[in-house]
Design a binder for this molecule. Sequence first.
Ligand SMILES: [Zn+2]
Length: 202
Amino acid sequence: MLIEQIPEVFRRFLPGVIWRGDKTRKVIYLTFDDGPNPLNTPWLLDELDRLQIKATFFCIGGNVERHPDLYQEIIRRGHRVGVHGYAHVRGLFKDRKAFDEDCAKAASLIDSDLYRPPHGKLYIDQFKAMSKRYKVILWDVITRDYNPKLPPEKIYDIAVKYGRNGSIVVFHDSQKAMKNMRYAFPKAVEFWKQQGYQFETL
Ligand SMILES: [Zn+2]
């Protein structure tokens, strides 16, 4: 519960950060982090076309640099892109200058007003600085598809258990999440469609 869906009381500590969309509508915002990845993103783009859904991709600048055609293909197919840093630094940037440099590099590669910090973590002053330049997007549901130790069925269960009106849901198009995401994401979409949900980009 604490990981998959962070309670409202904790969300208030980060004012200005977007955790959830419109709570009054049956709408879900699918987001895919850490791509573009040549092993996983093309499959995902085809699957989104098949399901007739537009999603939001929080791209890593370094991956955009390595796979520019794939990045352009995401946009060409009508999806939104957001900034997810350049090098996806683990944990928090203790070196503020390195953080600024990473952000500047990512911004030079990804044209967007959306930002999601790697691992969802920043120092408060960094959250404030980034929210002046971007809409800072965290999430309502994190599926934990990035954890290969969890079985794919568990990822599906997390998605449908916590998904609700206005949920911003995190999946990953990284290689590590491939097995879990490919199982859980289409199945969860079919479930949500049956429940009457629509899908929108951020
Ligand atoms: Zn990430």
